[in-house]
Write a protein that binds this ligand. Structure first.
Ligand SMILES: [Zn+2]
Length: 74
């Protein structure tokens, strides 16, 4: 299993990155950890969510697309 990089695009977190890993056995169980930390949060949901604000996390590729949109708006 590998950690994948996701980001929280909620206004509170402003693109805060998270490392996300899906449980190999249990469906809808995710481990979400801060990139520089040791302790991961266990999230039971259909998709990974931000442990801080509860928003859906997006894969970084999607996040970059979103960031372009935000930049255009600003
Ligand atoms: Zn968040």
């Amino acid at each position: 299993m590998a950690w994948e990089t996701y980001a929280c695009i909620n206004d509170t977190c402003k693109g805060r990155p998270w490392c996300v890993q899906r449980d190999e056995v249990i469906p809808d169980l995710w481990y979400v950890a801060p990139p520089a930390g040791w302790q991961s949060f266990t999230i039971a949901a259909a998709e990974p969510i931000c442990p801080l604000c509860g928003s859906s996390l997006v894969a970084v590729l999607e996040f970059e697309e979103h960031a372009h949109v935000v930049k255009r708006k600003a």
